[in-house]
Write a protein of this length. Structure first.
Length: 408
């Protein structure tokens, strides 16, 4: 069969303005990057703390390569699980305040692995409509019944849980929604999971390192409204519990990625010891793949130290979010409600979003236009992401450009 049918589809996508293209980056990640031969001010990475090119991480990666070489050479269950991977897992458990953690090669693989290890044909998965694609793919692969609820709609989710007679139930949600920047109602989700005896998988890809006073992620963000499981001795021991019967974190499956805020690559899942032990047996994307290069684990150990030591990075981010939101009170285009580094500016039509993105590019500013099907019809947007690597002047430059463009 010839490939000409694909050529036709590609042409159609191009005609619809939906053809995805890759830019070629010629510099490390940062506030200013060199893209396709041009220097631009970038508001498009997920490197929110500015760690992807941090000297301490680069040095740790080099030292890791000197000590362990560049390749793991085998899967974790054969001979690829090095001392530095092992140490990183222990540090991630300590850092998140959960009993145990397991490293995966990517967040995509972690989600596939967890969901397929826990659910089968007789089980049910309940998913927020705005969840990341990897969670939806995981649900399909597991063969469980998948029911989606409108974004953060707890009433609908409760009806769906109440109606389910499945053997096992799993509620799945992004902790910070990647295209909207808002935070999932975790204490309420957890309370529903307690009421209907379901597990809760939280994908904290955009919260780990950023949310919470010390960057421990969405569980720290909500720590005053959650209680640790009795067997979890380390979970936010200092947190003050405010509500009367706050739900216990014992049924949470916490997943976070390490290629975004942490600045390196990979992902991990943390939770109860039995959960982690089961994943080592049954998560196929863990068992049947090569361990990530140990040098990355070495860089990640350095990253955790920087996340802990350099609180100014989270403070700078909060300041920049304030500057942007203060400055971008526009007439036609709305900043969506968000307190995270993801600050989407709602434009509406795909054509307009692309046009604004291109005009910014002509002014030397890179902000991606996000269009359907990644986001719902009529909600094309600029996905502005801020980083501790930006200065107030950088953000002001973006604000000024957008104000001008709105009036053109
Ligand atoms: C990026 C992302 C993933 C995938 O993580 P990778 O490590 O890049 O594979 C999963 N979930 C969410 C919400 C993400 O934003």
């Amino acid at each position: 069969m010839p490939f000409s049918c694909l050529a036709d589809e590609l042409k159609q996508r191009d005609a619809d303005g939906l053809l995805r293209r890759r830019r070629v980056l010629q510099s490390p990640q940062g506030a200013r990057v060199r893209v396709d031969g041009e220097d631009v001010l970038s508001f498009c990475s997920n490197d929110y703390l500015g760690l992807a090119n941090h000297p301490a991480l680069v040095e740790a990666a080099c030292a890791g390569a000197q000590r362990f070489g560049v390749g793991a050479g085998a899967s974790h269950l054969v001979t690829g699980h090095t001392a530095v991977h092992h140490e990183l897992e222990q540090k991630l458990a300590e850092f998140t305040g959960l009993p145990e953690a397991l490293l995966f090669s990517t967040g995509y693989m972690a989600n596939l692995g967890v969901v397929t290890a826990l659910l089968g044909r007789c089980d049910a998965l309940f998913a927020d409509k705005l969840n990341h694609a990897s969670l939806n793919d995981a649900a399909l692969l597991s063969r469980a019944t998948m029911t989606r609820y409108p974004h953060a709609d707890l009433a609908v989710l409760e009806r769906q849980l109440a109606a389910s007679t499945a053997r096992r139930k799993l509620v799945v949600s992004d902790a910070v929604f990647s295209m909207d920047g808002d935070i999932a109602p975790v204490p309420e989700l957890l309370a529903l999971c307690e009421k209907y005896d379901a597990w809760l998988l939280l994908d904290d890809a955009h919260g780990f390192g950023v949310l919470g006073k010390t960057g421990r992620g969405v569980l720290e963000h909500f720590s005053s409204r959650l209680t640790p499981h009795p067997s979890y001795t380390t979970f936010h021991a200092t947190s003050r519990v405010e509500s009367r019967n706050p739900p216990q974190v014992g049924r949470i499956i916490y997943m976070a990625t390490l290629g975004k805020v942490a600045g390196v690559f990979g992902a991990f899942v943390a939770g109860a010891p039995e959960l982690v032990a089961w994943l080592v047996q049954a998560a196929r994307s863990y068992v049947y793949t090569t361990a990530t290069p140990p040098l990355l684990a070495a860089a990640l150990l350095a990253s955790l130290r920087v996340i802990e030591a350099e609180a100014w990075r989270r403070e700078r981010l909060a300041e920049l979010v304030g500057v942007l939101r203060q400055g971008l009170q526009l007439q036609r285009w709305q900043l969506m409600p968000s307190e995270t580094p993801i600050q989407p500016l709602l434009i509406g039509s795909s054509q307009d979003a692309v046009r604004v993105s291109e005009s910014l590019r002509q002014r030397g500013i890179l902000v991606p236009a996000i269009r359907p099907p990644t986001v719902p019809q009529g909600t094309a947007r600029l996905r502005i992401t801020l980083s501790a690597a930006h200065s107030v002047v950088d953000v002001q430059q973006l604000v000024d450009a957008l104000r001008q463009l709105e009036n053109e």
